[in-house]
Every structure is written in C-alpha cells, then in structure tokens.
Write a new protein. Structure first.
Length: 143
C-alpha cells in the first residue's frame, strides 16, 4: 500500500464518520424531511460518499465512529455542518440538542463548555452566517 493510498483511506474513513454523525442528527427525531435529504445528498457529494456507502450509512449510521479532527477550525467546520442539520427542522427538539452536544464532545470540545459552544453555534446558524463568519465568531467568543 502506497503512502497516498493510506492517506486516501484515512481521509475516506474520516468523511464517512463525519457523514454518519450528521445522518444520526437527521434521524434523531425518527424521520428525515425533504430539506434534510437534500442537505444529506449535497454533503455526501462533497464528502465523496458513494451511493452504496450512502445507503449503508443511512441504514446503520452507528457503524462509523466520529473521528475528531486535530485542528480546532476543522472541529468548528464539522460543528457547523451538524448545527445546520439540526437547524433544518426549524424546531429544535431536546433529543437533537442533546445529540449535538454528544457529537460536540466526540469532536473534541470539553464537557464543561460544550453546552455553551452548542448554544453559540446554533445562535450563529440561526442568523444564517456563512462558514467563515461562523469560525471567526466561534474562535473569538471568549474575547
């Protein structure tokens, strides 16, 4: 196995884990809306998830672990994706917020401040900020 194959494999595994986390959020209320399905379709394409992998992940999203990114900005980007999925429903059920906090911890945010981080993230997403603004605001929330 070449070095590039190893990198591609690790990248693919990380993308599957990220996609499965978002699928779990989408399925938290027991159903998937048309907006959620559209978002999942677009995200699968951008994460290079094949049709077969897509179906496998939809059937059993817990097969793939959440692989926390090393860089803080990458963790924020994943939180942004997850938060947008929660926001698509236009109503935040308790189950979805708790699930988002669990994924926040899995992404590497500390249990002591994950509630604040999720609250701030959802506030920014509700304001429809873009990814760059989201990352900037999240990095500067303690200043």
């Amino acid at each position: 196995m070449s070095f590039s194959d190893l990198f591609d494999s690790e990248f693919k595994t990380r993308n599957k884990g990220h996609f499965s986390a978002i699928v779990r959020v989408a399925l938290a209320d027991g159903k998937t809306s048309a907006e959620e399905k559209t978002f999942l379709d677009k995200l699968a394409a951008s994460l290079e998830i094949t049709a077969a992998e897509y179906e496998e992940i939809l059937e059993n999203p817990s097969l793939y672990p959440v692989n926390p990114p090393y860089l803080y900005s990458d963790r924020l980007e994943r939180l942004y994706d997850l938060g947008r999925m929660v926001h698509i429903d236009h109503h935040l059920g308790d189950n979805q917020e708790r699930l988002l906090e669990k994924f926040g911890i899995a992404l590497g945010f500390t249990p002591s401040n994950v509630g604040y981080i999720v609250h701030k993230a959802l506030f920014l997403i509700d304001k429809k900020v873009d990814l760059d603004t989201f990352i900037y605001e999240m990095k500067n929330m303690y200043k």
